[in-house]
Design a protein around this ligand. Structure first.
Ligand code: SAH
Length: 512
C-alpha cells in the first residue's frame, strides 16, 4: 500500500538515525520518527512522504522500549538539544559506539574486523547531567513579551524560556534570572534575528569546575548597554552557592547535583559586541565591564588504571566502573570569552589522558599540536616532550596559550597563530621534523592540505581527536591510504544526552 501524509501507522522502532530519531518500517517504507526510542512499539503519524521513506511524528507509545527512560528536563522535546534524553544512559553509550563504528565502515571503508580489532570500549560519564561548563542562552521575549532566556522554538526565532538547562550548573539559572531582571529594570531590548533590531543577543556563562570561577559575557548588537553599573550590581547580588533544592529539579532518582567542590563566584563580566546578521554567536570585540576579562580553570591528566584490553572491544559498556586514576600532572589555564575550552572537564581529563598515552612520549620528541586552542593539550605534551609547536587560528586563544605556558613554567612550547593548513606547510619548509602530530579539529575535520602535509612530514605517530566521527572516518581513510595504520580508537562521551561523540585515535607509520 502507499502511504500519504497524515496517515497513521503502528510500527516497531528497530534502529536510530544520526540525529537520534527512531527508525522503523511499514510496507517497505522506512519511517523516521523524532522522539521515538529504539525498542518502542509506537503509533506514528506521517508528516512528509517521499518515495521510499517518510518522516513521522510520535502519536503514542504503544509498548515502551526497555531502553526508554523518563525525560528529566521538562523542555527536552521542544528544545532539541538533548536528542537522547529518553534513552537510558547505557543505551546512549552503545548508540555512540555504533555510530563511530558505522562511520568508520561506511565512510572510512574500514572492514568490520579491523574496526573491532582497534576499538576500545567507550568511556562513559559518571554523571551524565550538569556536566557542561559553558552555557549560551539566546535572549528574546516570552509569550507575555517579557525578556526571556531559553532556546529557540523549533526552527523559529521565538524563545521558549528555560533558564535551568540540566546539562549545565544549577547556578546558571540564578545568573540568567538576575540578568533578565536587569533588562526589565533598565528597559533593555532583546535582539530580533528577523529584523536585526534590539540590543541583547546572548548571555554566555562559563564556569571553571575546578576553580569555581565564573565568567559572564553578554553578547549585544552594540558597544554599550544602558546602566552598565546596574547590570553589575544585579549580577553580583545572587547567592550562587547551590542548595539541594536547586539540584533536584527533575526526577528524584536522577543525580542532578553539580558535583563541583569549589564554591562558585563571578570573576568577570564582559560585553561582546556582535552587530553582524547571522547565527555566529560572538563578535570580534569584547570589553570587560567588571573584574577580569577571562576565567581560570585547572585540569589534571586522568588515565585508565589498568591497560585496556582491546580484544574485548565494543562488547560491554561498563565504563563508569572502569578505574581511571590521575597521573599527578596538572595545569592551570586562563580562558577568554572567544577561546575554545572543552565543555565537559571531567571527561576532558580522561580524553587528554588517553591522547597522552597514545602519544607515548619519552621527553625526546618534537610534537606538533594542531588546532591547539588555549594550549591545553600542548602543555601536557610539553611536560613529556623535548619541544612542542601549537597551532591555532583564533588570536585570543593563542594569547591565552602563551600566557598559560608562562604561568605553568613551561618554556619548550612555541605557539603559532594561523590556519593549520597554512602553518604546517610553513613549519615543514622551515625544516621542522615532527615525531608525533596531534590534531583536534572542529567538526568539519582537517583540511586536505593539512592532511597531505602531515603525510609528507612522516611523523612516527599521529593522534587524532575528533568531535565528529563522519569527518574523522573521511580523514582516517586519507591518512591510511597515505601509509599510516589505524592502531587504536576509543570513543569518549563528552556530551551525555546528545547524539555527539568524541573519539581519540592512534595511527602509526609501519616501519619499512
Ligand atoms: N585542542 C584544543 C582545541 C580544540 S577545538 C582543546 O582541546 O581545547 C578546535 C580548535 O581549532 C578551536 O580552538 C578552533 O578555533 C581551532 N581552529 C578551527 N579551524 C582551524 C584551522 N583551520 N587551523 C587552526 N585552528 C583552527
Amino acid at each position: 500500500m502507499s502511504y500519504q501524509k497524515n496517515d497513521l501507522a503502528d510500527i516497531e522502532i528497530t534502529d536510530m538515525g544520526q540525529d537520534g530519531e527512531g527508525i522503523g518500517h511499514a510496507d517497505g517504507y522506512a519511517l523516521f520518527v523524532k522522539d521515538a526510542v529504539i525498542g518502542d512499539v509506537a503509533r506514528v503519524r506521517l508528516t512528509k512522504v517521499k518515495k521510499n521513506y517518510a518522516y513521522a511524528r510520535l502519536e503514542k507509545v504503544l509498548t515502551p522500549s526497555p531502553f526508554r527512560v523518563k525525560e528529566v528536563c521538562p523542555c527536552a522535546r521542544a528544545c532539541g538539544g538533548c536528542q537522547l534524553q529518553a534513552l537510558s544512559y547505557e543505551r546512549q553509550l552503545r548508540y555512540k559506539e555504533e555510530k563511530v563504528r558505522s562511520h568508520l565502515v561506511r565512510i572510512g571503508g574500514f572492514s568490520e574486523e579491523k574496526v573491532t580489532r582497534v576499538s576500545e570500549t567507550i568511556v562513559g560519564m559518571e554523571n551524565p547531567f550538569r556536566y557542561r561548563n559553558k552555557a549560551q542562552y539566546p535572549i528574546g521575549y516570552d509569550k507575555e513579551g517579557r525578556p526571556a532566556a531559553g532556546f529557540y522554538a523549533g526552527r523559529t526565532h521565538s524563545i521558549i524560556p528555560c533558564a535551568d538547562c540540566l546539562l549545565g550548573p544549577a547556578e546558571n539559572k540564578k545568573i540568567a534570572e538576575a540578568f533578565l531582571s536587569y533588562m526589565e529594570e533598565a528597559g533593555v531590548s532583546a535582539y530580533s534575528e528577523e529584523t536585526g533590531e534590539g540590543l541583547v543577543r546572548h548571555l554566555m556563562i562559563r564556569t571553571g569546575f575546578a576553580s569555581g570561577e565564573i565568567l559572564v559575557c553578554v553578547v549585544a548588537n552594540g558597544e554599550r548597554l544602558p546602566k552598565e553599573e546596574r547590570l553589575i550590581e544585579r549580577l553580583l547580588a545572587p547567592d550562587l552557592s547551590t542548595s539541594a533544592t536547586d539540584d533536584v529539579t527533575g526526577a528524584a532518582e536522577t543525580d542532578l547535583s553539580s558535583g563541583v567542590p569549589a564554591p562558585r563566584h563571578i570573576v568577570g563580566i564582559c560585553l561582546n559586541c556582535n552587530e553582524t546578521r547571522g547565527n555566529v554567536i560572538l563578535g570580534e570585540e569584547t570589553r570587560t565591564l567588571w573584574g577580569r576579562g577571562y576565567m581560570e580553570d585547572e585540569l589534571a591528566l586522568v588515565v585508565p588504571a589498568e591497560p585496556t584490553d582491546s580484544a574485548e572491544s565494543m562488547q560491554s559498556t561498563v565504563p563508569a566502573e572502569e578505574p581511571f586514576a590521575p597521573t599527578g600532572e596538572r595545569a592551570r589555564f586562563r580562558i577568554s570569552p572567544q577561546s575554545f575550552y572543552q565543555v565537559n572537564p571531567a571527561q576532558t581529563e580522561r580524553l587528554y589522558g588517553l591522547a597522552l598515552q597514545y602519544a607515548n612520549l619519552t621527553n625526546k620528541e618534537t610534537v606538533i599540536d594542531l588546532y591547539c586552542g588555549i594550549g591545553t593539550i600542548s602543555l601536557f605534551l610539553a611536560k613529556r616532550a623535548a619541544k612542542v609547536y601549537g597551532v591555532e587560528v583564533v588570536p585570543e586563544a593563542i594569547r591565552d596559550a602563551r600566557e598559560n605556558a608562562r604561568a605553568n613554567g613551561i618554556d619548550n612550547v612555541e605557539f603559532l597563530t594561523g590556519k593549520a593548513e597554512e602553518i604546517l606547510p610553513a613549519l615543514k619548509e622551515r625544516g621542522v621534523h615532527a615525531d608525533v602530530i596531534v590534531v583536534d579539529p572542529p567538526r568539519k575535520g582537517c583540511d586536505e592540505t593539512c592532511l597531505q602535509t602531515m603525510l609528507a612530514m612522516e611523523p612516527a605517530r599521529i593522534v587524532y581527536i575528533s568531535c565528529d566521527s563522519a569527518t574523522l572516518a573521511r580523514d582516517l581513510r586519507i591518512l591510511c591510504d597515505g601509509g599510516y595504520e589505524l592502531k587504536r580508537l576509543r570513543p569518549v562521551d563528552q556530551f551525555g544526552q546528545t547524539v555527539h561523540v568524541e573519539t581519540v585515535c592512534l595511527l602509526s607509520k609501519p616501519r619499512c
